[in-house]
Design a protein around this ligand. Structure first.
Ligand code: BDP
Length: 671
């Protein structure tokens, strides 16, 4: 049992007859095959799949009955089949009901490089690109891509950007386009569209032009010709994802042009073919005093200036995929531009593939946050899915956590994040508890020991492990960055582990933790109030006022918005220092409790996955203690206050932790 089957484990299927009322296609053949191989309903049933117009059905939605699926697209029928099978397997009722996706495009973003390495990937090399830059497509490659596409389709994902946003110009060369076509051909029968991330300076680096200025006619022509070349090979190619004028990547600003100028030029190139441009708003430069404000400052003035086949892709928080951030103030503030949320499935800042973090709760928190931008109930979900603004296109993206590891994601529970992302992109109102329940039932069923009854399994495995998953993200927040702290990880070992001290000489300040925690003798936290950087004013009332006042600011965001004295009186009555210490300690205790829960799960899990997760939890437990000790000892240098007696005394010294951090090798060079 190596976990390779994900949540799609083979079943003893009951006999079923599938009638397809549509003309034959590979996609429908897949749908039929899924039913025949996995049917768990009444033996001998007849299931009909019908393609037909139905005004209640949107995009690739479907109408489901106990033995029927109706949709207006072939992909809709496939999603309906997967929903039917999921319901059978997880014991959910199948009444006559319409299921529509929240977003038109539900995409994975792979940060995979042409040399096969994966930026912020913790599950081995790329499933798409080879280290030896070989372009030979093997049967093994195809089989893997097919399994990947099937897994995506099973949760409703319909697009994949198959290379890194820090894009190499090579990706647009003939060889790489050839391999991209081969990938697209395998993903297509599962309804998954292929997209590429492109480097803005490709006309110079690949095309030999003198400039990549978006207003230059030769540049426009180069992109038009490139788009034509791509669509000749891949007629249903999805379009481009672009990281430009961001973190040193080239972009329109290099030529004095705006993000809209750059995005519009690319949008025009793919427009004739129905292509999309996803333009990222992850922009910041070291010159501004507060990184958190920059995307809003750059993009709000451009609202309404983007072509209608552009979606601005916005990370969930204003800084960078931290364990907890408030939602990005761009959500809801861009009213005349299509906007899509970007989440990070790979656990760059939440423990890589070692720590167990079920991220669904984090995404649910973001999607459910009320922006108030168009009155109450303008949640991030509703201002991005077309409910509030008439967006031409809607989408949601997640930075993938897949690699060549047999279990795909390194940590077996990382699979739950891939699953959860797909489910939330399909239905942005789903609850994490339901997602965890579904995933566990599908992933571990069939692996129970022969002596365990179903009710034993529910009581002793399903219930406690669901609770563990639901608490897991908060535990990481507690032992790493509680109370609104952020970006205080070590960069020496690629963002795993603590590093509040990390600030090598000459390093860009906004890449160092002291820039974010601002600890000094007076207190700790980043002052983003009206008296500070004023980032708080980017939020709509009543949020701005609520966040601006430490008495009304939620504890979770306190040090995000405020620099407060160590003896600041918290809502709990404790001092800030004591509260901080208790949070760190609580995080450590939570992980130890997770270990106990998992130990008790042994009779219900196969030996291999049991041991793998047990080992990871052991490592996580050590990591949690390290975070707690390092941060408390580091901050204590400023607070000069004792660690409260009820907190477990540190087992490390600050000098020891810092010295150890300095010698840790980087796991993977950054491209
Ligand atoms: C940061 C990552 C970096 C990515 C960047 C991005 O550390 O590797 O390139 O995000 O999203 O969090 O572009």
């Amino acid at each position: 049992e190596d976990g390779h089957q994900l949540w799609l484990r083979p079943h003893q299927a009951a006999p079923v007859t599938v009638v397809v009322a549509a003309k034959n296609s590979t996609l429908l053949a897949m749908a039929k095959q899924e039913l025949e191989r996995n049917w768990q309903g009444a033996a001998g049933a007849t299931v009909t799949l019908t393609l037909k117009k139905d005004n209640a059905i949107k995009h690739d939605g479907f109408r489901l009955g106990p033995t029927s699926v109706r949709a207006t697209t072939e992909a809709g029928l496939l999603y309906g089949v997967f929903e039917l099978l999921r319901r059978q397997q997880t014991g959910q009722p199948v009444a006559d009901k319409v299921f529509n996706p929240s977003y038109e495009y539900r995409l994975l973003n792979h940060w995979d490089n042409p040399d096969g390495s994966v930026e912020r990937g913790y599950a081995g090399h790329s499933i798409f690109w080879r280290k030896d830059s070989s372009f030979v497509v093997t049967a093994k490659d195809k089989a893997l891509w097919q399994e990947y596409a099937r897994a995506n389709a099973s949760v409703g994902l319909n697009g994949a950007v198959i290379n890194n946003v820090n894009a190499s110009p090579l990706i647009l060369s003939a060889e790489y386009l050839g391999r991209t076509k081969a990938i697209a051909d395998v993903l297509r029968p599962y309804g998954v569209k292929t997209f590429l991330a492109v480097k803005f300076s490709s006309p110079v680096l690949l095309g030999g032009l003198k400039t990549a200025d978006p207003l230059d006619p030769a540049v426009k022509k180069w992109w038009q010709a490139k788009a034509k070349e791509i669509y000749q090979q891949i007629p249903d190619f999805g379009g481009f994802l672009v990281k430009a004028s961001s973190e040193g990547q080239p972009g329109p600003q290099d030529y004095g042009r705006t993000h809209a100028d750059g995005a519009n030029m690319l949008a025009d190139a793919v427009k004739p073919y129905g292509g999309l441009v996803m333009w990222r708003a992850f922009v910041y430069s070291p010159n501004d005093k507060d990184r958190a404000k920059q995307a809003y400052n750059e993009f709000v003035p451009l609202d309404g200036k983007f072509r209608d086949n552009i979606i601005v892709q916005v990370k969930n928080g204003p800084v960078d995929f931290q364990p907890r951030e408030p939602f990005s103030p761009l959500f809801g503030a861009l009213k005349k531009t299509s906007v899509m949320p970007e989440f990070q499935i790979t656990q760059e800042y939440l423990g890589h593939s070692i720590d167990l973090a079920f991220l669904s709760t984090m995404w649910e928190e973001c999607l459910g946050s009320d922006t108030y931008q168009a009155g109450p109930s303008s949640t991030v979900a509703r201002v991005t899915d077309g409910s509030v603004y008439p967006q031409k296109h809607t989408a949601m993206a997640g930075v993938a956590n897949t690699g060549l590891d047999r279990n795909w994601t390194g940590q077996d529970f990382g699979q739950a994040n891939w699953y959860a992302f797909g489910r939330l992109a399909w239905n942005n109102q789903l609850k994490s508890a339901q997602i965890a329940d579904e995933w566990l039932k599908q992933t571990f069923t069939g692996a129970t020991s022969s002596t365990a009854s179903a009710s034993d399994w529910n009581t002793n495995f399903l219930a406690p492990v669901t609770q563990l998953m639901l608490a897991s993200r908060e535990a990481i927040v507690n032992y790493s960055m509680p109370l609104g702290l952020h970006h205080i990880m070590s960069a020496t070992h690629d963002h795993y582990g603590p590093g509040p001290w990390w600030a090598p000489p000459k390093m860009r300040a906004d890449w160092t933790p002291p820039y974010y925690h601002q600890a000094d003798a007076q207190g700790v936290g980043f002052d983003r109030t009206t008296g500070g950087s004023n980032a708080v004013s980017q939020y709509h009332e009543p949020l701005a006022g609520q966040f601006n006042n430490p008495a009304t600011c939620p504890d979770e965001y306190l040090l995000w918005f405020h620099h407060l004295p160590w003896d600041f009186k918290m809502k709990s009555g404790r001092t800030l220092w004591d509260e901080l210490a208790l949070h760190y300690d609580h995080g450590v205790q939570q992980v130890r409790q997770f270990q106990q829960v998992w130990d008790k799960a042994q009779p219900y899990v196969d030996a291999e996955r049991f041991a793998a997760v047990q080992n990871k939890l052991r490592a996580q437990s050590g990591n949690a203690v390290l975070w707690k000790d390092a941060c408390l000892l580091y901050f204590q240098q400023f607070s000069h206050l004792p660690i409260p007696a009820i907190v477990e005394p540190p087992m490390h010294t600050l000098e020891g932790v810092i010295a150890n951090d300095a010698v840790r090798p980087r796991q993977q060079p950054r491209p």
